[in-house]
Design a protein around this ligand. Structure first.
Ligand SMILES: *[C@@H]1O[C@H](CO)[C@@H](O)[C@H](O)[C@H]1NC(C)=O
Ligand SMILES: *[C@@H]1O[C@H](CO)[C@@H](O)[C@H](O)[C@H]1NC(C)=O
Ligand SMILES: *[C@@H]1O[C@H](CO)[C@@H](O)[C@H](O)[C@H]1NC(C)=O
Ligand SMILES: *[C@@H]1O[C@H](CO)[C@@H](O)[C@H](O)[C@H]1NC(C)=O
Ligand SMILES: *[C@@H]1O[C@H](CO)[C@@H](O)[C@H](O)[C@H]1NC(C)=O
Length: 841
């Protein structure tokens, strides 16, 4: 080429100009704009960039995978990616990111298929908002009026940056775990996740898939902060846990360091605090947890602890304990843990004291004793309860007022550590004899124990009666008989007169419930339902219960309420959650149930990470258990109780994954009129409500059978009734199941996560029964007695059982249901039955 010098210069300029837009560019993506595979958006300060990256771009890699991510733009060398949008769904070809008219981000693959989107703003009237990459690395879509449509900081991946927020919602059960990459080159969710302890919110937990892997020390304040001095620079980091009405969130702030600082969960299972070192051009690790030696959760067994201050770290027994199997300990096997050197004297007779162990990371599985207590009160709390084995307290460094937090332990002490200076003091309950040999006995315990003896006696008198009512079988059946022979509704028969002695159904004081639940603190809320909220409560003495606080719009009188509660408490079956007591005071009506630590079935069944825990035999066991529980309610209890709100979240699982039906008898307790009178009352959940109930308000045991059928199909398929995904193009799970059935492909309905363990014939029988239960016509649905016998006998000869059943009819109800729910004036419709649709979780 023979160009004059001038035109060569022009050409160079033109090339530079053409390249400019793709080099520096904007910090915004406006509506209609597209971000192509090699484009980036850079934050105003130049610190962060948003664009596509491909972690395995070596020429040898078989196929490039593209991810949308945010990384440090200011840091040279290989990209440090802090956020990934489509970690589950990499693009195979060159992807595109666009901002749609409704301000939602849409990430599409080269072939146009959508890989990832954000929710948009519904109305077209609103002014479209651009997506903007902030100087803190947050990708934000903000409406002109300040409403955040979506932000990447609400959705951390493996990195926790200053300003990000991980939430634990009480309402939606939202948990923002920070989840590691699979490997340093693969952003797909890996095995390790880290987040707040959902039970107490007082510690961070790390999981290796579903197994608890490590645990931080319990916060000694509502803010956990640490000062790290590194190479002469001081960095203050504060992890702040903030509780609000709805949710608890955890954020992280840094002061004293302008250089990039972040927390990350690595694919090898450590939670690290990293800071950029410009001199070395590398990330310095300032903190790494778990630290070596005492890593694994519960490694030293029950009543053992890991001494991290020893070199090398080693397992030891808590003071007052010795190895359970000494030979194991000398061989380095600690799983069996430790046992008491001296047995505790019988409870209530004195002779107990406390040993003090300093500098401890206190054990797990504590309960928080609500209230603003002094150290002496905390000690008395433990001394006054037979089940309490240890306590610890801490002065919360609250800015407003001095507040003491008291933790008590009632079960095995697991995962304790000795960690030196930042640790807490743990007070261990031991026989008095042991306190005299141990150097650091606590003297206050014995006199305090004596002081609270009166209180204790009152409590145990109550507790004894409380338990007696449920353990003394003979008396129970007697009182039950008496109850049955009389008219169930005559107050004189079952009334308040506890002096009759026949009925020792405990009625608790409202003040005690307030104390047990931290004044119905959101922290202890474990459920929310149509009839009211459920709280975890620890009664005086460490007895953990679930407290249901009925919403106040029941106009049933206290007397009537109590009578119903007594009747319901008589319903005892191993597949029903036990009602232990009740409480009325003013407008307050509370029911006290046994506490089941495992959540509702829905929490496992519909969680893609956990559902594989439920293999086929477990699921079949759950189906049969629920069927038996329901049969008992309908027939065997002689009361004929219709549940009216059977659904996955009302089936609780015990430690062995056996089902227990919760919330039965609610309609009775609320009073039947109530259900119809109050149009705001939730009496069912969308998808589970039988057609005749939603259209005519007719209720029978067959409406429960319908709900059971829906539940059964959910359990087999692992698909929520309220969902639209996973059911192809069909309007509902029921229609989908029926179509598969008719085409002889019902096996396809089986949840892929348990396909291996699934016995096809048994699953087909279940689906068949499920389809019969959801027949539109109630008279075609089987009774629970038939369902139970089909399921029980069917296991012996599945094929025969199935062949003898009628063919299910095509479901017609679902379409109708959808029309109905779209009507906004549902509550004014002809029938007076309320059908407030509960948000399907
Ligand atoms: C977005 O809105 C503009 C004008 O309001 C319209 O021309 C365009 O087709 C819309 N784009 C999409 C994808 O709906
Ligand atoms: C901002 O506008 C959106 C849509 O127009 C609206 O939904 C939202 O309620 C508004 N927020 C405030 C705080 O006004
Ligand atoms: C995580 O769990 C798997 C088994 O599920 C185990 O093989 C692996 O060693 C564990 N990782 C660590 C770091 O403990
Ligand atoms: C950065 O790294 C170098 C080399 O590892 C080290 O000497 C220096 O102290 C580090 N700087 C800071 C600020 O930590
Ligand atoms: C302690 O709680 C964890 C869950 O936080 C549970 O996995 C473990 O089994 C409990 N340990 C004991 C001894 O109850």
């Amino acid at each position: 080429m023979d160009l004059p010098p001038r035109s060569a210069a022009v050409l160079v300029l033109a090339v530079v100009a053409a390249c400019l837009p793709c080099m520096s560019a904007e910090d915004q993506l406006a509506v209609g704009d597209k971000l192509l595979a090699r484009d980036t958006i850079v934050s105003d300060s130049g610190d962060f960039a948003l664009g596509f990256f491909s972690p395995d771009d070596s020429p040898a890699a078989p196929a490039r995978r593209w991810y949308l991510g945010i990384w440090y733009h200011s840091i040279p060398g290989p990209q440090t990616v802090v956020w990934v949008a489509n970690r589950d769904a990499p693009a195979a070809g060159e992807p595109t990111l666009a901002l749609a008219n409704d301000s939602s981000l849409v990430l599409s693959d080269a072939d146009g298929s959508v890989l990832w989107t954000t929710p948009g703003v519904g109305t077209s009237s609103s002014q479209p908002a651009p997506a903007e990459l902030g100087n803190d690395g947050n990708l934000l879509i903000l409406l002109p009026n300040g409403t955040v449509v979506w932000q990447s900081f609400d959705h951390p991946t493996d990195t926790f940056m200053p300003g990000m927020k991980a939430r634990l919602s009480r309402r939606t059960e939202r948990r923002d775990w920070i989840v590691s990459w699979t490997s340093p080159r693969d952003p797909a969710p890996g095995p390790f996740s880290c987040g707040l302890d959902p039970v107490t919110s007082l510690q961070l937990l790390m999981w290796n898939r579903t197994r608890l892997y490590s645990r931080t020390p319990v916060w000694t304040g509502y803010a956990a902060s640490g000062t790290i001095v590194s190479a002469g620079m001081v960095i203050n980091t504060a992890i702040v846990v903030v509780g609000t009405e709805e949710e608890i969130s955890i954020t992280f702030t840094v002061s004293g360091s302008p250089t990039p600082t972040r927390y990350v969960v690595t694919s090898s299972g450590t939670f690290q605090l990293l800071r950029w070192n410009g001199t070395a051009s590398a990330w310095d690790t300032l903190q790494s947890w778990p630290s070596s030696g005492c890593t694994t959760y519960g490694r030293c067994g029950a009543y053992g602890y890991c001494d991290a201050t020893a070199a090398p770290p080693s397992c030891k027994c808590l003071d007052g304990f010795e190895p359970a199997i000494p030979a194991d300990w000398s061989a380095g096997r600690f799983e069996q843990g430790c046992r008491r050197t001296q047995a505790l004297p019988p409870c209530g007779g004195g002779g107990h004291g406390f040993l003090e162990m300093r500098s401890m990371k206190v054990p797990d599985n504590f309960s928080l004793d609500a209230g603003n207590r002094s150290p002496e009160e905390c000690a008395a709390r433990c001394a006054g309860s037979c089940s309490c084995v240890a306590y610890a307290y801490v002065d919360l460094h609250s800015s407003s007022a001095r507040q003491l937090r008291c933790l008590v332990w009632a079960g095995e002490l697991v995962d304790a550590q000795m960690i030196g200076a930042p640790g807490q003091t743990l007070y261990l309950r031991v026989p008095v004899a042991a306190t005299s040999t141990g150097g650091n006995a606590v003297k206050i315990a014995v006199p305090v124990a004596a002081c609270v003896l009166v209180l204790t006696c009152i409590f145990f008198a109550w507790f004894w009666r409380f338990r007696g009512n449920f353990t003394d079988k003979r008396r129970k059946t007697e009182s039950q008989k008496k109850l049955m022979t009389g008219s169930a509704n005559t107050p004189s028969e079952v009334g308040e007169g506890d002096h009759t002695g026949d009925l020792e159904f405990p009625s608790l004081r409202f003040a005690d419930i307030v104390a047990a639940t931290g004044n119905f603190s959101k922290t202890f809320m474990i459920g929310r339902g149509g009839f009211g909220n459920v709280y975890k409560g620890t009664l005086d003495g460490g007895h953990v219960v679930a407290v249901k606080r009925l919403s106040k719009d029941s106009d049933q009188g206290a007397e009537e309420f109590k009578n119903e509660a007594i009747l319901i408490a008589k319903l005892q079956h191993r597949n029903l959650v036990r009602l232990l007591g009740c409480c009325t005071e003013g407008a307050e009506k509370l029911l006290i149930y046994e506490y089941l630590p495992n959540k509702g079935l829905d929490a496992i069944l519909f969680d893609s990470a956990r559902k594989s825990v439920l293999d086929w035999s477990t699921r079949l066991g759950i189906i049969k258990g629920v069927a038996r529980g329901l049969l008992y309610l309908h027939q065997d209890s002689r009361l004929t109780v219709i549940h009216r709100d059977l659904k996955a979240s009302n089936v609780l699982l015990d430690a062995e994954m056996r089902p227990k039906i919760a919330d039965f008898g609610m309609a009775k307790i609320f009073g039947d009129n109530q259900v119809k009178a109050n149009s705001k009352r939730v009496v069912g959940t969308y998808g589970y409500i039988a057609p005749e109930y939603s259209t005519e308000g007719v209720f029978s045991v067959k409406s429960d059978v319908y709900s059971f059928g829906v539940l059964l199909l959910e359990i087999v398929s692992g698909v929520r009734i309220s969902t639209t995904s996973g059911i192809m193009e069909f309007p509902s799970l029921i229609v989908y199941a029926w179509h598969l059935w008719r085409e002889g492909k019902a096996g396809k309905l089986v949840d892929p996560s348990m396909a291996e363990s699934c016995l096809q014939d048994e699953a087909l029988l279940c689906i068949h029964v499920g389809l019969l239960c959801v027949e539109d016509d109630p008279s075609r649905r089987p009774l629970m007695s038939s369902v139970v016998s089909i399921l029980e006998n069917g296991s012996a000869s599945v094929v025969l059982a199935s062949a003898s059943l009628p063919e299910p009819n095509k479901p017609g109800y679902v379409g109708m249901m959808e029309e109905k729910t779209q009507r906004s004036d549902l509550e004014n419709s002809r029938n007076t039955i309320a059908m407030t649709v509960l948000q399907g979780r």
